[in-house]
Design a protein around this ligand. Structure first.
Ligand SMILES: O=C(O)CCC(=O)C(=O)O
Ligand SMILES: [Fe+2]
Length: 602
């Protein structure tokens, strides 16, 4: 559960699902099978895996050790976005009761659990976790209930079996709120703001429980317990009911399995806390892998936050806000799309373009808001990053086809499903904070030139693939979006017809179609566009001819260190990996900003 909007799509647990979960000899139903690898795709080996930081509440409370421990807490939230909390002071009897009752609930017959089944389009209740936009289900059953504010409790979704469960949830809810306030005080101290300031953002806000059971699965590599996501609320407090491993946290492009310490809570920063702290604390991707032999049960509590109905940085930090303020309902709409699409974090689309010396005018701001309200995040990003700086980037992409995309460990042509978004992310988010200017700060860019050995590797498929292209499943979240298989499964991009848009008789219908394509896909194919065919043909031919030139000719317009424009590789990933492609990037508008040294002469 990640902080989700009302139009979520949770499916109930059917008899067939319950049987698949219970009987290891049954075939795994198709709707759980992840083509691109499920939880089995890890990553860092035992010796290699870094451990989550451990924060000790006893030391936070002890004046002698407080300062050092606050620093540790702050650094955990900045670098991992996750930590284990020991000596937390939560009443052990309350924890034990919550654990026992959770296990007892999941052990009930399906018909008992379905007395609190999720309703169509609803969030609360017993059922599957959220179905991905590709229609796939996580290998888990989940009970979600809202526990605070008190008046918003929907007792129809609070199980009446086992009989003490409601009381356990109630007591545990109170303990979790108390623990949250204790932690927030020390976070405030780390952030240098008054405790009351941070507490006020959480006070009286929603508290939601997500109880998860991940049944064992004979082929854990084919399924996933919870798909990669980052949590949408403010703070998440996770309790492992048993000691089966499963949670994995993304750090530096790799998945790190979490080994819970006995009695510890696993705490993580949600996207709203990241925004509140103006990006100092990080909300990171995590996922759950399933075990082949043993089930896993967790109790997760999400604490919501906002400032007067808005998700925005705390003004008391005294910094220029790096995220645009957004109303709570729009925020959850955006976050829901993020979770269901399992793409990038929604809050990244709220990041301000600090390169612009002058702030957006209110008309521009409202255009951007309109774009985002339409759910058209691509348009929003484009607006913020391209049109605003009046720079149109023309990226000519050429992929070598000499290696099929899945050879050996897998080579990524463009791992990221949204090349444009990714490019823009580089522009918007990877720049040194204080050095942002109106123009793209070229020092932050990391495009590599195409060397002779890269060209040889691209040209000769008998050669060994150089290490810097080989992906070891390092890409969290986005890279794991399931790729649908054959023609029958794959749905096609909508096709928009410009001739119909221009024809008064069909215009209305075609505009509606265009709008729906932008809303649901964010992509469409455009036919009858009216672009001069001779110009297109010339562009195609010249592009092919350029890429066919000898390397030394192409390198006359090579990208320069730290630059963007020119011929070279696409952007190197933070793990230092290269995409399997060569690219020419030139800026074409406005006219005065053309850098003709990067425009090939042949
Ligand atoms: O059960 C777990 O380990 C993680 C659950 C989680 O990430 C969530 O509910 O958001
Ligand atoms: Fe989560």
């Amino acid at each position: 559960m990640e902080g989700i909007n009302d139009d979520s799509n949770r499916d109930i647990i059917t008899e067939a699902a319950a049987m698949a979960f219970a009987d290891p000899h049954l075939q795994i139903p198709d709707r759980y099978i992840r083509a691109a690898g499920g939880g089995g795709v890890v990553v860092v080996g035992d010796g290699e895996s870094l451990e989550l930081p451990v924060v000790d509440m006893a030391r936070l409370l002890d004046p002698e050790h407080r300062e050092a421990e606050v620093a540790l807490l702050g650094s955990a939230c900045r670098s991992w976005g996750f930590f284990q909390l020991i000596n937390h002071g939560v009443d052990e009897a309350v924890i034990q009761k919550m654990k026992d009752n959770t296990v007892q609930f999941f052990e009930l017959p399906l018909e008992d659990k379905n007395t609190v089944a999720v309703r169509p389009g609803g969030i609360e209740g017993f059922g599957h976790h959220f179905r991905s936009s590709a229609g796939k289900l996580d290998w888990a059953e989940n009970l979600i209930v809202e526990t605070q504010p008190f008046q918003q409790r929907n007792l129809e979704f609070w199980p009446s079996k086992p009989p003490t469960f409601r009381d356990s949830i109630d007591k545990y809810a109170m303990e979790m709120w108390n623990l949250t306030t204790r932690l927030l005080r020390f976070m405030a101290s780390d952030l240098g703001v008054e405790q009351e300031t941070l507490l006020a953002a959480f006070h009286g806000k929603r508290q939601t429980f997500g109880l998860h059971r991940y049944p064992p699965c004979r082929h854990p590599e084919k399924v996933i317990g919870i798909s990669p996501h980052s949590d949408g609320f403010g703070l998440t407090l996770l309790l492992q009911v048993n000691d089966t491993l499963g949670l994995q946290v993304s750090k530096d492009g790799r998945w790190h399995p979490v080994r819970p310490l006995p009695g510890a809570f696993i705490v993580n920063v949600g996207e709203i806390l990241e925004v509140l702290t103006n990006g100092r604390y990080k909300s990171v991707f995590h996922r759950v892998a399933v075990d082949a032999e043993r089930g896993r049960v967790t109790v997760v509590v999400f604490q919501d936050a906002c400032i007067n109905g808005l998700v925005k940085p705390l003004p008391e930090l005294g910094e220029t806000p790096r995220y645009r303020a957004i109303g709570k309902s729009e925020y959850f709409k955006g976050h829901t799309a993020e979770v269901l699409g399992q793409g990038e974090r929604f809050i990244d689309t709220l990041k301000k373009d600090e390169r612009c010396a002058d702030p957006l005018s209110s008309a521009e701001e409202s255009d951007a808001m309109a774009a985002i309200e339409l759910g058209n995040y691509a348009a929003h990003l484009l607006f913020r990053h391209c049109c605003r700086s009046s720079s149109h980037l023309l990226a000519c992409r050429h992929r070598s086809s000499s290696h099929p995309p899945q050879t050996a460990k897998g080579v990524a042509g463009m791992l990221h499903p949204h090349p444009l978004k990714r490019t823009l992310e580089f522009f918007g988010d990877r720049l040194p904070e204080k050095k942002l200017q109106r123009e793209i700060d070229i020092r932050a860019m990391n495009r590599d030139i195409i060397t002779q050995d890269a060209t040889m590797a691209f040209a000769d498929h008998h050669l060994h693939i150089p290490d810097r292209f080989v992906r070891a499943d390092e890409v969290p979240a986005a890279g794991e979006v399931v790729v649908v298989g054959g023609d029958d499964e794959s749905s096609e991009l909508p096709v928009v017809d410009m001739a119909r848009l221009l024809d008064p008789e069909h215009r209305e219908e075609e505009i509606a179609w265009l709008g729906s394509a932008c809303r649901s896909w964010g992509f469409f194919q455009l036919i009858n566009h009216g672009v001069d065919q001779a110009v297109i043909q010339k562009m195609k031919e010249n592009t092919v001819q350029f890429f066919e030139l000898p390397l030394e000719d192409k390198n006359t317009v090579a990208v320069r260190p730290g630059g963007i424009e020119g011929f070279g590789h696409h952007f190197r990933s933070s793990a230092g990996k290269l995409d399997w492609a060569e690219n020419l990037i030139v800026q074409t508008q406005p006219f005065q900003q053309r850098n003709l040294d990067f425009w090939p002469i042949s």
